[in-house]
Design a protein around this ligand. Structure first.
Ligand SMILES: Cc1cc2nc3c(=O)[nH]c(=O)nc-3n(C[C@H](O)[C@H](O)[C@H](O)COP(=O)(O)OP(=O)(O)OC[C@H]3O[C@@H](n4cnc5c(N)ncnc54)[C@H](O)[C@@H]3O)c2cc1C
Length: 498
């Protein structure tokens, strides 16, 4: 008899979801995590009394989380203390002007109308259209497998009303936004969330247009930091007997005759199971852990053709004064043109952005316990390539962080640099070293249309029997709701086929 019914590689949110669900079905489940802590990109650490998040900064599109906890016999709201974020986000424009978008759709329409009455009206029309798409797509498309064309056909047969949204699949994010909105300032304010799929507006698929609406269905911050969510999944899984081993790096997936037999850890220990669920990057999984020699030529060629997603340097700071911000999230926006320009011109050449744009997250706005009394925390998420040419991420990270804080003080948050008591910069190299994300890819693989849905590595491996994928590099992609959905899909497929 095998040592376990299911072995999960990686205790990111996707892996924990799959592990907890299999354990809840009575399967002997072991989750192996290479680092000393769980959650991967959805985690929190402490430094000098401040609590900093590692990657993800908020929760939205709550349905996958709700379904997960329901299936674990409890409820999200019981297991995780969630603070609603309202305003959903603030914006600081390149000219220094500011606004904040309230959670209410109607109130947001009023704010937009003050800039452009025509776009204020368009906002409600847009919200209705993409909101409808989001609700239909989450249940039918996000939470179900798309392992091949028959699955895609089934999705549209089950939810034929999705067909009316085909234009979203055919257009880019930018094209969709420009169809609804005309004023450039309004467009700047609504377009930044498109970057959450790791691509510039001209490349991001039109289906991600719903991201600029999604917050209005609820955006939350877990008290105690983002780690509260994976901790809750772990706790629920362990109630059903799920085992978790930290500091256990899987080096090889053991395969014989195109069937999984178990895993080998870096220390040489082997464990057997006829089912292995992987939460690690699909390129690393197939090319290094399974090994090219076990792949037929077409999948071998296919997996090599995927591009890794972008990375995102993050600057975490503790402050001895409240920063002049009035929302949990503040977008330091740039025009869509500048965001495209950076991607196509500079990032590909290994350059850092010339303009200051990014996302400033203010956790102590929602949960003061994230810092010592009277102090505050900011997580600043920026753009920057793994293979940067101008600096060395390891050698120059402190100087990089200080320079960015000075630029933010000048452009958006006056006095910021003068009130920093602690600074910790997480670079693409840190993500690669600490979480084994190749090139620090925070969303696994690129999220463009040719790498989405049926074109993304399948949740049930087509090359190796007993091998399943969850996490950012399988359908539906990176981001917390998506990887949770991927864990649900992987657990269901294991239940169906094994
Ligand atoms: C800066 C940043 C900001 C983000 N902001 C948001 C946001 O606000 N909202 C949102 O929804 N998403 C956000 N994301 C994306 C989101 O955090 C990720 O897409 C998601 O957490 C990935 O989950 P995952 O399950 O794919 O795995 P990961 O989080 O990548 O975890 C994989 C786990 O596997 C472990 N592992 C790797 N290799 C091995 C091995 N060989 N053996 C054993 N264990 C291994 C790693 O240590 C890690 O714990 C952000 C990410 C970053 C980095």
């Amino acid at each position: 008899m095998a040592d376990y019914d299911v072995i999960v590689i990686g205790a990111g949110l996707g892996g924990l979801t799959a592990g907890a669900l299999r354990a809840s079905e009575g399967r002997r489940t072991l989750v192996l995590e290479q680092s000393g802590s769980i959650g991967g990109c959805c985690s929190t650490y402490e430094r000098e009394g401040y609590r900093f998040d590692v990657g993800a900064t908020i929760l939205e599109i709550m349905r996958p989380f709700e379904i997960l906890f329901q299936r674990l016999g409890t409820s999200l709201w019981e297991e995780v203390e969630l603070e609603p974020c309202d305003p959903v986000y603030g914006i600081i424009f390149p000219d220094g002007s500011r606004l904040a978008y309230p959670a209410s759709l109607e109130e947001k329409a009023e704010v937009i109308s003050r800039i452009s009455p025509e776009d204020g009206r368009a906002w409600l029309e847009y919200a209705h259209y993409v909101g409808d798409f989001m609700r239909k797509a989450v249940d039918s498309f996000f939470l179900g497998p798309v392992n091949g064309m028959p699955d895609m056909a089934r999705i549209f047969l089950r939810e034929p009303r999705l067909l009316k949204f085909l234009p979203l699949f055919a257009r880019s994010f930018e094209e969709v936004m420009r169809r609804f909105f005309k004023d450039e300032k309004v467009l700047d304010s609504l377009s930044y969330p498109g970057k959450f799929c790791g691509l510039p507006p001209a490349l991001a698929p039109g289906i991600f247009a719903f991201l600029s609406y999604a917050e209005h269905e609820g955006v939350y911050f877990p008290r105690g930091g983002m780690i509260a969510l994976p901790e809750a999944v772990r706790r629920c899984g362990e109630r059903f007997g799920m085992q978790l081993r930290r500091d256990a790096r899987v080096e090889k997936v053991l395969v014989r005759g195109r069937r999984v037999e178990g895993v080998r850890l870096a220390d040489g220990m082997e464990m057997t199971s006829t089912v292995v669920v992987s939460d690690v990057n699909a390129r690393t999984l197939y090319l290094e852990m399974v090994g090219e020699e076990h792949l037929p030529w077409l999948p071998r060629y296919g997996i090599k053709s995927y591009r890794l997603s972008a990375s995102a340097p993050m600057i975490n700071v503790g402050l001895d004064r409240r920063p002049p911000l009035d929302a949990h999230h503040t977008l330091i926006t740039e025009s869509m043109e500048k965001m495209n320009e950076y991607w196509f011109r500079d990032m590909r050449k290994g350059l850092l952005p010339r303009e200051t744009f990014g996302l400033v997250c203010f956790p102590t706005f929602s949960d003061p316990s994230m810092a010592p009394e009277g102090h505050h925390v900011l997580n600043i998420v920026q753009s920057g390539p793994y293979g940067v040419r101008e600096i060395d991420w390891d050698r120059d990270k402190r100087a990089y962080g200080e320079r960015q804080l000075e630029r933010l003080s000048e452009r958006a948050i006056p006095g910021l640099a003068d009130h920093v008591t602690v600074m910790d910069v997480l670079t693409p190299r840190d993500y690669e070293r600490r979480l084994l994300l190749p090139e620090g890819a925070i969303l696994g693989l690129d999220m463009d249309l040719p790498s989405s849905a049926v074109f993304r590595p399948a949740a049930r491996s087509k090359s190796i029997r007993g091998l399943y994928l969850c996490g950012a590099s399988t359908h539906p992609g990176g981001g917390l709701p998506s990887v949770t959905a991927s864990g649900i899909i992987a657990a269901d497929l294991v239940g169906k086929y094994e």
